[in-house]
Ligand binder design. Structure first.
Ligand code: NI
Ligand code: MN
Length: 225
């Protein structure tokens, strides 16, 4: 069984077997985040890019849980320079784990370290957990690389930003769901703060009109796959 829990913003927690996978763990800095840091196993941490609302608590959690951060090469080096355990990868590289695999794929955005230095390319991440494919889009605009992801990898579930300003908006995320060939979508990166306010119910209505499933999760809620 795989459980997928929404922590808030772009942070998710996947539990499978004895493994706990955190994605973009912006937790202590986000008052709306819901996650029990003391009673959840953390074995792997993935970070789409270096911005604070994605790197979040990755470095301290890597140290406290001896969990490896998997991210783009330059950002992995940055994490290691701060004492974290990290694994650097490049675009398109498949990284194997006991629970499945992950692949860093394009995202169109920017990326910098907390000090403002270059942090490599921002990424989206495709997880394949025992054949269930979960695509986390990271921060991105709508881009035609998503057509390739849809054609080659056919994600079962796509986690898509809808908040605009820093990423695509609702209308573009609807197009992304088509291009990604995703059967189910979960909105993210909205309503954390005023600049990224979005109406998730409006998104859900548009997705359902395409005969796709849209699951709106409040922080702390999750689904089983
Ligand atoms: Ni960002
Ligand atoms: Mn962001």
């Amino acid at each position: 069984m795989i459980s997928l829990q929404y922590i808030g913003h772009s942070a998710f927690y996947i539990k499978t077997g004895g493994y706990g996978i955190l994605i973009d763990p912006f937790i202590t800095g986000n008052p709306k985040a819901v996650f029990d840091l003391n009673n959840n196993i953390i074995t792997n941490i993935f970070v789409t890019h270096g911005h604070g609302d994605h790197l979040g608590d990755a470095i301290p959690l890597s140290k406290s849980h001896n969990a490896e951060i998997c991210t783009i090469f330059e950002l992995a080096n940055y994490c290691m320079s701060k004492g974290a355990k990290a694994h650097g990868a490049g675009m398109g590289g498949k990284i194997d784990f006991p629970w499945g695999s992950a692949r860093l794929l394009p995202a169109f955005h920017s990326s910098s370290t907390p000090e403002g230095y270059y942090a490599g390319m921002p990424a989206s991440i495709l997880f394949d957990i025992n054949g269930t494919k979960i695509y986390h889009a990271g921060d991105t605009c709508l881009n035609s690389e998503m057509k390739t992801v849809g054609e080659i990898y056919k994600p079962d579930i796509a986690l898509l930003p809808i908040g605009s300003n820093y990423t695509m908006d609702i209308e573009e995320a609807v197009v992304a769901s088509i291009w990604l060939n995703a059967k189910e979508v979960i909105p993210m990166h909205y309503n954390t703060f005023d600049l990224i306010k979005a109406d998730a119910l409006k998104f859900k209505t548009s997705i359902e009109a395409l005969n796709k499933k849209c699951t709106i999760l409040n922080p702390g809620e999750g689904i089983n796959l």
